[in-house]
Every structure is written in C-alpha cells, then in structure tokens.
Design a protein around this ligand. Structure first.
Ligand SMILES: Nc1ncnc2c1ncn2[C@@H]1O[C@H](COP(=O)(O)OP(=O)(O)OP(=O)(O)O)[C@@H](O)[C@H]1O
Ligand SMILES: [Mg+2]
Length: 299
C-alpha cells in the first residue's frame, strides 16, 4: 500500500492576510480525537447462486479529522458504499472497528446514529408524500420543533434551487435530481456532526451540481461538520476534498491531499499530475485478483 499521509509537511504558511478558511487539513495530530476512526474494517458478502465470497471492504483503516471533507474514490463495486454503510451502522462489520467521535458503531449504535446522517443516491423516501411532508417526518423523527424545522427546510431547499411552491407536490412527480436535493435538505435539517454523502451530485445537472458542491462547503464551514463523500467526479473530489482515499477491490490503496496524490503519481509512476491520472494509477485491477471472477478457482 502506498501511503502519503505520514509524509512530513514542509509547506510554508500562506503569505498573509487572506480570509480564506484553512483548507487541506492533514490527518488528526497525535492526541486529537478523530471524527472517525476506522481500524482494519472488513466486510464480506456472498453473492450470486454460487455463493461466491466477495470482500467488499478489506482491512481498511482511516483516521478522519473533525471538519475535514474526506473523499472516497474507486471504481464501481470497489466498496465505497459498503464502507459508508458500515460507518452509518446500516451494516455490521465482520472484523475491525469503527468509531465516530469516540463512539464504537457497534456498542454505541444509538449515539452514532444521532451524530451522523447519510445521503445516498438510493435515498429512501415516501414517494407519495411531498418534500414538505418528508422533511416534517424527518424533523419529528429527530425531535425538532416543527415550525423552525419547516423554515429551515424551506431555506435549504431554496438555497438548492427548489421553489417553495414545489414543496407540496408528491416526490414521485419530481426529477431524480430534485429528489436528491430533498435528500440533502433532509440530512442537513438535523445539523449532523458527521455527514456521509454517497454520490451526492450524481444525476444532477451542471448548475445543480455546482449549487450542491457550494452548499457542501458552506455546511462544513458553518456547522463544523465532518463530511465523508464518495463521487465519480474527479474534479469535484479535487475541489471539495481536503484528503482523498482511493479504494481498489475493497482495499485502501492510497490516501492524501489532492496535491500530494497528484505529485506522488507524477513522481513515482510518471503520469500527468492530474486526478485522472491518480485514479487510473490506483484503481487498475491488480493481476493477482483476476482469478476471483473465474469459474475454476480451486480453493
Ligand atoms: N448487500 C449486498 N449483498 C451482497 N453483495 C454486496 C452487497 N452490497 C454490496 N455488495 C458487493 O460488494 C462490492 C462493493 O459494492 P459497493 O456497493 O460498496 O461498491 P461501490 O464502490 O459503492 O460501487 P459504485 O461506484 O458502483 O457505487 C460489490 O462486489 C457488490 O456486489
Ligand atoms: Mg456506491
């Protein structure tokens, strides 16, 4: 595994006085409690009629700092959503451990559930109900006052480009992108400390995508939230993420800031210093995995 997280930081401080928030944070320094600590997390599935074993998440360790936007990149089926589902307690871990702000996801499941919120492309909604009814339901579930929650929901949705008059139409009459925005609004309504965004901008038109990206940054900056984000949009990852992990066949194969990863690929693999090149370098199938899909593997 190639690690860049421990490389000494030789960067000189930014030349004075910009009001830019400090970006590109590194891993938590010793003694600081990470927002998320993942140690040797492993999750297996058996798939298909042949009950073929798949190690969806394979010995993954990460330490994510409070306030970070941490990106998880990888090819389809590499295990990103499974990892997100493990953190959000939707799946149980086979081995290893995951802590959210010091709470073990298995032993303190309820505490973890209260700290996190997950948005996924397959958001579960009551499609016959309107956005407003869905959000009111979420507000009740989380014990929020209906009045302020409604005002806040309207504000968030307006910010994402959904007009108030649309809030009373059934969700099933809205486009996928609009449903996705409602899902994001629902997650933000509860001001979660940790936000897990599984492909939050997939399926959005370019303008909506920019709206959501800007909003993700705003949430991080104004709510002191820690955000884990999966995406297939490499420009988005580069723009939003303080650090990025690359996952290949369930394994963490590289981790670092976008600049570190690009520099690493350019220096060690001779590729262009671009996120495209980073993705291609680290997510190519390795030869010793090839037999996995064959009919005739013999163990
Ligand atoms: N509930 C499940 N039962 C069986 N196998 C599963 C299940 N969920 C995921 N898998 C398998 O685990 C592996 C990782 O899937 P996962 O959905 O985590 O990938 P992903 O990186 O999110 O992919 P994508 O980019 O397409 O969203 C795949 O081989 C998938 O078939
Ligand atoms: Mg996925």
């Amino acid at each position: 595994m190639i690690e860049v997280m421990n490389e000494p930081k030789t960067r000189t401080p930014m030349p004075a006085p910009t009001r830019e928030p400090v970006r590109r944070v590194g891993p938590p320094p010793p003694g600081e409690q990470p927002a998320m600590l993942i140690e040797h997390a492993t999750k297996r599935f058996v798939v298909g009629r042949k009950k073929r074993p798949v190690v969806a998440v394979n010995d993954v360790s990460m330490s994510i700092r409070r306030g970070e936007i941490y990106g998880v990149l990888g090819a389809n089926g590499s295990g990103k959503s499974t990892l997100i589902r493990l953190i959000s307690t939707l799946l149980t871990i086979d081995s290893g451990r995951i802590e959210v702000l010091g709470h073990d996801v298995e032993r303190h499941e309820m505490a973890v559930k209260q700290l996190i919120n997950r948005v996924s492309v397959d958001a579960a909604f009551f499609k016959k109900l309107s956005p407003h009814e869905n959000l009111a339901y979420a507000a009740r579930l989380y014990g929020l006052d209906a009045g302020p929650a409604r005002t806040e929901a309207i504000r968030i949705l307006a910010r994402l480009g959904i007009a108030e008059k649309r809030l009373n139409r059934p969700l099933e009459q809205m486009s996928r992108g609009m449903q996705q925005k409602v899902a994001i609004a629902r997650a933000l309504l509860t001001s979660p400390t940790v936000l897990l965004l599984d492909e939050p901008t997939t399926g959005l038109d370019p303008r909506s995508k920019l709206d959501v990206q800007a909003f993700i940054e705003e949430v991080r900056d104004t709510h002191d939230a820690t955000i884990v984000l999966t995406t297939h949009d490499l420009a988005e990852a580069e723009r939003l993420c303080d650090r990025i992990a690359l996952i290949n066949d369930g394994r963490l194969v590289a981790e670092g800031t976008p600049d570190e990863l690009k520099a690493l690929v350019a220096s060690q693999h001779g590729g262009e210093p671009t996120m495209d090149s980073v993705f291609m370098t680290f997510t190519g199938r390795s030869l010793d995995d090839d037999h996995d899909d064959d009919e005739n593997h013999d163990e």
